[in-house]
Design a protein around this ligand. Structure first.
Ligand SMILES: C[S@@+](CC[C@H](N)C(=O)[O-])C[C@H]1O[C@@H](n2cnc3c(N)ncnc32)[C@H](O)[C@@H]1O
Length: 227
């Protein structure tokens, strides 16, 4: 809904007679519309989101958005690297907030699911993007066995938690599945630099401009574990 409105809004702005050339990109228009919806629901300035994990209070980032354009570029690369057409792929966004990146994935043909810790974001995402699925859960406790493409941009603070998420994904995702991520833990940096016998993630290199995104694929080692 936001994306359709953004495309229309941008066309209207650009066709105003006598107006200066409009410099808003579609991405900026989408952000403005998202901000408007979030403000209407008193969700524009939620601070860090506390959650309990292993008996400790951890902190999640609020909905701080990464680039839509870079993710769309990443989808192009994934399309050639996944080994199945995108319209047969299951996409998951961890920390989906209002759900815009899920809608981008859905518009490329994937089945799109978002998960978020904040119930208010999930309720809003279900209304704004009714053709995607949204789940209210802690990503560190979710089951990842059915997803082909998992995307996230800094859901929570701390290298240890990021590492725990990566290890869960490595253990549960099917072989050949892809990660699209902005930040990886030191543990995963080490894995990418020193190939090993076990199942592991391998970085995909590309000439396409992915901004801050990294593209990784789960590949098989000598002692493969599957779901
Ligand atoms: C930095 S924002 C992500 C923005 C969005 N994914 C993007 O790429 O533009 C972080 C999101 O992660 C969610 N989050 C934080 N901790 C989480 C957790 N443990 N499980 C699921 N979602 C979490 C927050 O509610 C917030 O919506």
């Amino acid at each position: 809904m936001v994306l359709r409105a953004a495309a229309k809004f941008e066309t209207c702005l650009n066709s105003l007679p006598g107006a200066d050339p409009i410099m808003l990109t579609q991405e900026e228009v989408v952000r403005q519309l998202e901000d408007f919806i979030l403000a209407e629901h008193n969700l524009l300035s939620v601070g860090n989101i506390p959650f309990e994990h292993h008996g400790k209070i951890e902190k999640g980032y609020p909905y701080i958005r990464a680039s839509n354009a870079s993710l769309l570029n990443a989808f192009q690369v994934v399309e050639g690297a996944l080994g199945k057409p995108l319209n047969e792929a299951q996409f998951l966004e961890i920390g989906c907030g209002i759900g815009t990146k899920c809608e981008l994935a859905r518009q490329t043909g994937m089945s799109a699911t978002g998960v978020d810790l904040l119930a208010e974001y999930v309720a809003l995402a279900r209304r704004v993007y009714p053709l995607c699925s949204f789940v209210h859960a802690n990503a560190l406790e979710l089951d990842y066995c059915t997803f082909d493409i998992v995307y996230y941009h800094v859901p929570f603070f701390g290298d240890e938690l990021v590492r725990e998420l990566e290890q869960r994904l490595l253990q549960q995702l099917p072989l050949g599945s892809m990660l699209i991520v902005t930040r990886i833990s030191d543990w995963l940096v080490g894995m990418l630099q020193a190939p090993q016998q076990n199942d592991r993630f391998q970085q995909i290199s590309t000439n396409v401009d992915l901004g801050r995104l990294k593209l990784l694929r789960k590949i098989s080692g000598a002692f493969s574990i599957s779901c």
